[in-house]
Ligand binder design. Structure first.
Ligand SMILES: [Ca+2]
Ligand SMILES: [Ca+2]
Length: 353
């Protein structure tokens, strides 16, 4: 049981937090404004990449994505062998890997950080700690962490608000558990995302020929932890914040391609794409983008030209879903290409927090 992990990558990106700024901007869909990315490269002396003593052992990459608040010196994380963390089990937990506290003088303040570690098969516990016992959000900046499994892009856990520590146990290779909402609040337990309910026919079976299919094709950069999105019903006020969230996603693993499809009820929606560092899917080594689809047809590509915390795209899905009787008697509808009426307007405004 020598070194069973490999430190493959440690990437730090420093950008002053844009969240909470209150200036406003407007960008039309055809604007060619290029974002002015002030990505500073800061050497990371404490977590330099190293290689395993046994590099031939099969291992599976997990990513620890971090966005620090204004006090990175309070934050560290560790991975322990087995289903225990050292805080509750100081004498028995085996520390596999631990980070130092992050020195604010090394550029970690409100910065994004990505670590990729390769773990062999086994049981592990990830714990994130805050020595001021106030987590990494939201009194002094808005931090976030995400533990993701790179082979499938799945979220193992993510969070931001905690006290002294937060811990999760997982098994490698990681098998995605079924989606669950144990307290019925509409938020999925593990991903903390909103998964829209399936549209059912009159017979209670999932609709097979969706007339209003929302699609998202997402290619993440090397800071997947920065990326989240929401699909909201459009409110009469036209402010996206006033519309109910019907679906959401992220944060993500880095350098991964995701395809999401949901069947929606007819209506007007707003897709809101968030980038915590306000620089879009422009990473240190990789550039990503997202493409929205309406019934399989690409209608908008974005995420590459951001200078604000979020951008929004308006989507109208106006086809009425046929009822079960119509559908069962009309097999010709299957495979028919029905394009929903859609309009796309992109507006970038800094969120007022
Ligand atoms: Ca703290
Ligand atoms: Ca970004």
């Amino acid at each position: 049981m020598a070194k069973q992990y490999i430190y493959l990558l440690a990437l730090l990106k420093v950008i002053a937090s844009c969240v909470g700024d209150d200036t406003m901007g407007f960008t039309s869909i055809n604007d060619e404004n290029s974002s002015s990315d002030a990505v500073a490269t800061v050497p990371d002396p404490t977590l330099a990449p190293t290689t395993s003593a046994s590099p031939t052992e099969t291992c599976y990459r997990i990513e620890i994505g971090l966005i620090f608040d204004e006090y990175p010196g309070e934050t560290r994380w560790e991975i322990t062998k087995g289903r225990r963390n050292t805080i509750d089990n100081p004498d028995t937990a085996v520390v596999l890997k631990t980070s130092p506290y992050y020195d604010p003088n090394n550029g970690y303040e409100e910065a994004s950080e990505t670590h990729i570690i390769c773990l062999p098969q086994g049981k592990y516990t990830f714990t994130i700690m805050d020595r001021n016992k106030d987590g990494i959000c939201c009194d002094n900046g808005e931090g976030r962490y995400a533990l993701t499994y790179q082979p499938t892009g799945e979220i193992i856990t993510h969070g931001s608000e905690f006290e002294q520590y937060e811990s999760v146990s997982f098994v490698i290779p990681y098998e995605t558990p079924p989606l669950r909402d144990s307290d019925g609040d509409g938020i999925e337990d593990r991903t903390k995302n909103i998964i829209p309910p399936m549209i059912l026919t009159d017979d209670g079976i999932p609709l097979s020929n969706c007339e209003n299919e929302f699609g998202l094709h997402l290619e993440t950069d090397d800071y997947g932890v920065e990326t989240t999105w929401e699909l909201r019903e459009r409110s009469t006020t036209d402010k996206y914040q006033d519309g109910k969230v019907v679906a959401s996603g992220g944060p993500y693993t880095s350098d991964f391609t995701y395809d999401v499809e949901y069947c929606l009820y007819p209506g007007k929606y707003t897709f809101v794409f968030y980038d915590w560092q306000c620089d879009g899917l422009i990473g240190k080594e990789l550039t990503g983008s997202y493409t929205l689809k309406v019934n399989g047809k690409d209608v908008h590509t974005g995420g590459t030209d951001m200078t604000e915390y979020w951008e929004e795209v308006k989507l109208d899905f106006t086809k009425e879903q046929p009822d079960a009787a119509t559908r069962s008697s009309s097999s010709s509808q299957i495979g028919m290409s029905i394009t929903a009426v859609f309009s796309v307007v992109i507006i970038s405004v800094i969120a007022s927090m």
